[in-house]
Design a protein around this ligand. Structure first.
Ligand code: NAP
Length: 263
């Protein structure tokens, strides 16, 4: 049995939809007090209401993580509402696609500004509060795309997700004396509202290339993040957990198809 996280003050950037909302939900269901952020305040308000329907403590603040000033406001708001910050889940991200030959400077600025600079700004803004916590945890949502795999159209995105891990390794060393751990979850293909819109056929074709034969759920990512926030994970820092149903394992598609039906 893991030590309860009840009462912990948790900030989840990009917690208004998709994976971040799943992370927020898992923490809230385990008794944490959660602040979620996103740029669209209507969506954020609706998500906070939904997540607190069963009596959980979930609030929101409108924040654009690519703005350092917004991140400072987010941290100040968390301290005011929650009395501090024990856990920061730096999850907000965008994934615009563009082939390298066509990539504009604007697109590159957008993806690096949100995914990479946004991660750095969020952690910087929460740093003092995480230090005061005495058991601060930073959990980044990276991806298999970039750190492990590649996909046409995602050179910029892959660079941002791999960049988060470069940041993580040095941040983990710098923050260790303050008893703050910094780790990352690397999701594979996760079912979110956006993916659901692409239809069942598309989802089924993606699932066929995954050894565990299903796409991931937002809860799958939430539970990996929750584990990294526990007391029991306190000696793990600067590390990654791949949560992808084994998607990165097969050398070829045949390696997956070969065992179809044998299990
Ligand atoms: P999503 O459904 O599009 O949700 C993204 C969240 O981030 C929303 O809450 C969005 O709210 C927020 N956000 C985006 N830009 C922001 C900004 N500049 N400032 C503040 N909030 C911002 O995406 P998702 O699929 O859940 O992805 C979440 C994270 O998981 C990303 O870091 C992504 O790279 C990673 N990931 C996803 C998958 C997958 O299969 N879904 C796989 C691997 C990694 P607003 O739009 O209102 O700002």
């Amino acid at each position: 049995m893991f030590t309860s996280l009840a009462g912990r003050a948790v900030v989840v950037t990009g917690g208004t939809r998709g994976i971040g909302k799943g992370i927020a939900s898992v923490f809230a269901r385990n008794g944490a007090r959660v602040l979620i952020t996103g740029r669209d305040s209507d969506v954020a308000r609706a998500a906070a209401e939904e997540l607190s329907a069963d009596g959980a403590e979930v609030s929101f603040i409108q924040t654009d993580v690519s703005s350092r000033e917004d991140c400072r406001r987010m941290a100040a708001n968390a301290i005011e509402r929650l009395g501090g910050i024990d856990v920061l889940c730096a999850n907000a991200g965008v994934f615009p696609d563009s082939l390298l030959a066509d990539m504009t400077e604007d697109l590159l600025d957008q993806v690096l500004g949100t995914n990479l600079k946004g991660t750095v700004f969020s952690v910087q803004a929460c740093l003092d509060a995480l230090k005061r916590s005495g058991r601060g945890r930073v959990i980044l949502t990276s991806s298999i795309t970039g750190p492990i795999t590649g996909y046409p159209g995602w050179t910029g995105y892959g660079a941002s997700k791999a960049g988060q891990l470069g940041f993580m390794r040095t941040a983990a060393i710098e923050l260790a004396p303050s008893r703050i751990t910094v780790n990352a979850v690397l999701p594979g293909n996760i079912v979110t509202e956006g993916l659901a819109d692409l239809g069942e056929e598309y989802a089924a074709s993606m699932a066929a290339s995954i050894p565990l034969r299903r796409l991931g759920s937002v809860d799958d990512i939430g539970y990996a993040a929750l584990f990294l926030a526990t007391e029991e994970a306190g000696y793990i820092t600067g590390q990654t957990i791949v949560v992808d149903g084994g998607q990165v394992l097969p050398e070829t598609l045949e390696a997956v198809l070969e065992v179809k039906g044998s299990g």
